[in-house]
Design a protein around this ligand. Structure first.
Ligand code: GAR
Length: 226
């Protein structure tokens, strides 16, 4: 089956904020570049601008405030129940700023992905742009990876690098990284929707080959149209 005939992969996107990565996915899906059906956008914050983006695109939204729950376990159980109503085959974390329980991750293992603002395995966790500047890393970037219980440690699918420029601020660097995020997230989701990328017990595979050395895009490098 050619990619254009592939059935649309049902997807749920989780956000906490602006939702610019969500927007990149909406735009790519609408343009027919990524064969997905975004069935719902779920936020833990009612004021997340990404909810407005979803409304404008005619996508179902739901808010599940974490403050309404006594424990992380209880929240994640409720989140699973909500997500599973939409029967997604892929759950996309797009700036969903919560640590997930092992039970949540295990429930979706192999169909849960995240975008992280660093060239993994460098700079797992928060404040990646500041840390890259402090470390005088030379280059920085972003990574799409499968989620495993250990934070930001799952198999990487694709990365994009950006140079660190003289006198860069964290804000300037973050903006440059986000431009690349908006390329590689739709690209990774496309590969998964087309069945080209999968996660197995021993890691991620693309076109049947282990993704031990994931592709790392350069800023201006055109890559499969992204
Ligand atoms: C993105 O830059 C993403 O890499 C980061 O949150 C931002 C969300 O932006 N995610 C993490 O830091 C996860 N640890 P967006 O809401 O505009 O897509």
């Amino acid at each position: 089956m050619s990619p254009s005939q592939a059935p649309l992969l049902p997807v749920v996107v989780l956000i906490s904020g602006n939702g610019s990565n969500l927007q990149a996915l909406i735009d790519a899906a609408r343009a027919g570049r990524v064969p997905i059906d975004i069935r719902a956008v779920i936020s833990n914050r009612a004021d997340a601008y990404g909810l407005t983006r979803a409304h404008e695109a005619g996508i179902d939204t739901a808010v599940l405030p974490h403050r309404d729950y006594d424990s992380r376990d209880a929240y994640d159980r409720a989140l699973i129940t909500l997500i599973d109503r939409y029967q997604p085959e892929l759950v996309v974390l797009a700036g969903f700023m919560r640590i997930l329980t092992d039970a949540f991750v295990e429930h979706y293992i192999g169909r849960l992905i995240n975008i992280h603002p660093s060239l993994l395995p460098a700079f797992r966790g928060l404040n990646t742009h500041e840390r890259a500047l402090t470390a005088a890393a030379g280059e920085h970037g972003c990574s799409v990876h499968y989620v495993v219980p250990e934070l930001d440690a799952g198999p990487v699918i694709v990365r994009a690098r950006v140079p660190i420029l003289k006198d860069d601020s964290a804000t300037e660097l973050a903006a440059r990284v986000q431009v690349q995020e908006h390329r590689i997230y739709p690209l990774a989701v496309k590969w998964i929707a087309e069945g080209r990328v999968v996660m197995r017990e021993d890691g991620a595979y693309k076109d049947g080959e282990p993704l031990d050395t994931p592709p790392t895009l350069d800023p201006e490098e055109p890559f499969e149209g992204f």
